[in-house]
Design a protein around this ligand. Structure first.
Ligand code: TUI
Length: 314
């Protein structure tokens, strides 16, 4: 059984967090992951406070285990959702796509453990100074909004820079990834893409099938021109978006082209107008299965590898 300081800190059985996937990670998925011994996380994405409160209450009905809420800091509703998380006194808040400094004191006053996603050493250091409980070092293999560095180089640098527990994310989809993350200095992992194929993940079946069928080169990054690089499955829509980025189209035209595309993927499974966010690990996701089974396979898959690591030393 893999145990680390994160298990005691968060009150969970396995050192596995589910990523806060916008439009996707709802109360149902979060509760299923938490019931499976990991930490489920509800994603606020660009939703308003009422939606997030509803999902928190749903999760509370479905589990008595701890779970978290992810605040996407570029959201126009970030202030509102940050307050809802504090009012509802969720166990954990994770943040993404920005610097959460202005909310830290409010969350800490509510007794919430704050775990920001960081994509740089500087932000990790700042978060430690402001009282974060841990940080998530998320590499560019991840789906959705990404930073510059890959998991392999980001995790050890963050682990060297702070004395907080470090949670590795980006490209982790099986026990090998978990074991590797521990070797890089992490004491837990955050996994998104593999949970897209959880039974309890309510995305359109078309999306799940695309993940299961994905091959190694099936993701690509768009959005660099507007300063928000995003990794998604390589579809005709993504190719068209990329073409537009390198055309004389205005920023407004570009934004209009992408508007609503996350919803179209998640809700409608719209092959032509949807943006199917996915990490590079999609090719390692082989089947749809219960979330609890995914949590267990991730943790138990790492055990023999970590135990057997001595084999390399003479
Ligand atoms: O946030 C994510 N992944 C996301 S958010 C999202 S919703 C979205 N919708 C439309 C356009 C863009 C996003 C989909 N996927 N992951 C966490 C993450 N945070 N990755 C990278 C970062 C990050 C990057 C820079 C965090 C902080 C940062 O620095 C901010 C600063 O001011 O220092």
């Amino acid at each position: 059984m893999i145990k680390s300081s994160i298990c005691e800190l968060l009150g969970i059985e396995y050192p596995v967090l589910q990523g806060g996937m916008a439009w996707i990670a709802d109360g149902r998925l979060a509760a299923a992951v938490s019931n499976g011994g990991g930490l489920g996380i509800i994603a606020a994405g660009s939703a308003d406070g009422a939606y997030v409160r509803e999902q928190i209450r749903k999760a509370k009905e479905l589990t008595d285990k701890p779970f978290g809420v992810n605040i996407m800091l570029m959201s126009p509703f970030a202030d509102e959702v940050a307050a809802v998380a504090a009012e509802e006194r969720v166990s954990v808040v994770t943040t993404g796509a920005g610097n959460p400094s202005k909310y830290m004191q409010m969350w800490k006053d509510a007794g919430i453990k704050v775990i920001p996603v960081v994509a740089s050493v500087a932000l990790a250091r700042l978060m430690e100074r402001l009282g974060a409980s841990a940080v998530i070092a998320e590499g560019g293999e991840s789906g959705g909004h990404i930073g510059e560095l890959s998991t392999m180089v980001l995790v050890p640098q963050i682990a060297d820079a702070v004395s907080l527990p470090v949670i590795a994310a980006g490209g982790i989809a099986d026990g090998r990834g978990v074991a590797a993350a521990f070797m890089l200095g992490a004491c837990a992992v955050q996994v998104g893409t593999r949970f897209l194929a959880a039974d309890e993940c309510s995305i359109n079946p078309v999306y799940k099938e695309k993940i299961i069928k994905a091959k190694d080169l099936c993701t690509m990054v768009t959005g660099r021109r507007l300063g928000h690089p995003v990794r998604a499955l390589r579809t005709n829509f993504q190719r068209e978006y990329l073409k537009l980025e390198y055309s004389p189209a205005t920023d407004e035209e570009l934004e209009a082209f992408g508007a609503g595309s996350l919803r179209k993927a998640v809700v409608d499974g719209d092959n032509d107008g949807g943006c199917f966010l996915s990490g590079q690990a999609a090719a390692m996701v082989k089947k749809v299965q219960p979330a609890a089974e995914i949590v267990r396979e991730l943790a138990e898959g790492a055990e023999p590898l970590l135990k057997g690591a001595g084999e390399w030393v003479r």
